[in-house]
Design a protein around this ligand. Structure first.
Ligand code: SF4
Length: 339
């Protein structure tokens, strides 16, 4: 860890100025990722700008159009257990509780969840090349051990995946990211927030220099009856997804009226397919139709030596999770889904 200064701000504008003036300055909120990155010498900071003192950013409020605004400084735990989220957006609650540990969720913030770095093993090893850590140095994961890596949207420069569970639900729920910088506030549709690696894998998202996430808005949509999150991983707790699927449905007259399917663990950003969702609308929620949608979603998938199994795993997970969304009660601990 390098020597660094520390300052605490109480105004978004002050924090934005400090971050824009010196690219070496870094924001800290919960600190559950950046402190690790600093310990591993992956990130160095001139000044850590503590934004925890900015008032009003750790609350949930209802928006004028009937949706919900989550403060960027709300913890993941406070969000998951908030009665409004549990009742109206249970998919979000479920994904948050599938991630990390209780201790980390008590510290980690909503804004920080969006900004966490990939868990690619090579990225965390400063003694090997990595295009994301050191642009132009190479990507040892492509020919190396790539069990956890991407099968969709990767490039010849980077095959890393984005590790968040929470963001898989935010993608499915059509969230909007609220950011503030020197030029004022702006909104970013969730699907436009994270980036695919292309030839600039060192850029994870479309946040501009000096911009701070202030909140996340969820639209007024009701997916509280038919939803499910399935996270498949190498061990049953405190592990990142090999493949995860968030499914949200509305059913009218026994047919799918609205559908969202977002995948985690397969790409540099949560993955959705408009074509697959369009295919499912108006159809019966059956294994056959979910299987067809899975084929559409994975049509362009390409695996590597150690992760080709994820293509078939993702297809099966989409089908299973689609059926689980028909009976979300089956996901309670101890309950057995009747699939
Ligand atoms: Fe680095 Fe991306 Fe390659 Fe991992 S996959 S080694 S993060 S360039």
């Amino acid at each position: 860890m390098n020597n660094f200064s520390y300052t605490k701000t109480k105004e978004v504008a002050d924090a934005a100025l400090l971050l824009k003036d010196n690219p070496g300055n870094k924001a800290i909120a919960g600190g559950t990722n950046i402190v690790d990155l600093m310990k591993y010498f992956i990130v160095e900071a001139d000044t850590l700008v503590d934004i925890n003192g900015i008032p009003g950013m750790d609350e949930l409020s209802e928006t004028e159009n009937g949706g919900v605004r989550l403060g960027a400084l709300m913890t993941n735990a406070a969000t998951a257990y908030h009665p409004v989220i549990e009742e109206k957006y249970p998919l979000l609650s479920k994904t948050i509780l599938a991630g990390a540990s209780a201790q980390i969720r008590n510290m980690a913030t909503n804004g920080g969840n969006l900004l966490q770095k990939t868990r690619c093993y090579y990225f965390y090893d400063p003694y090997v090349p990595c295009n994301k850590r050191e642009p132009g140095s190479g990507c040892p994961a492509i020919k190396g051990y790539n069990r956890m890596h991407a099968i969709l949207g990767h490039s010849s420069d980077c095959i890393a995946v984005f590790p968040s569970d929470m963001c898989v639900a935010l993608a499915a729920l059509n969230a909007t990211v609220l950011v503030t910088g020197q030029d004022g506030e702006r909104q970013i549709a969730f699907e436009d927030f994270h980036r695919l690696p292309g030839n600039t894998p060192e850029i994870d998202n479309n946040l501009q220099k000096g911009e701070i996430i202030t909140g996340i808005e969820l639209p007024d949509e009701d997916f509280s009856k038919n939803y499910s999150y399935l996270k498949l991983r190498d061990r049953s707790s405190y592990a990142f997804a090999l493949v995860s699927v968030a499914t949200a449905l509305t059913i009218e007259n026994d047919l799918i009226a609205e559908v969202r399917i977002a995948l985690g663990g397969v790409s540099h950003k949560p993955w959705r397919s408009a074509e697959a969702e369009e295919y499912l609308k108006g159809k019966a929620p059956s294994k056959e139709h979910f299987a067809q949608a899975a084929d559409i979603i994975l049509a362009e998938a390409k695996g590597f030596k150690h992760n080709r199994f994820k293509i078939d795993l993702a297809k099966k997970a989409i089908v299973r999770n689609g059926m689980m969304a028909l009976e979300p009660e089956s996901q309670r601990p101890g309950a057995k889904p009747s699939l």
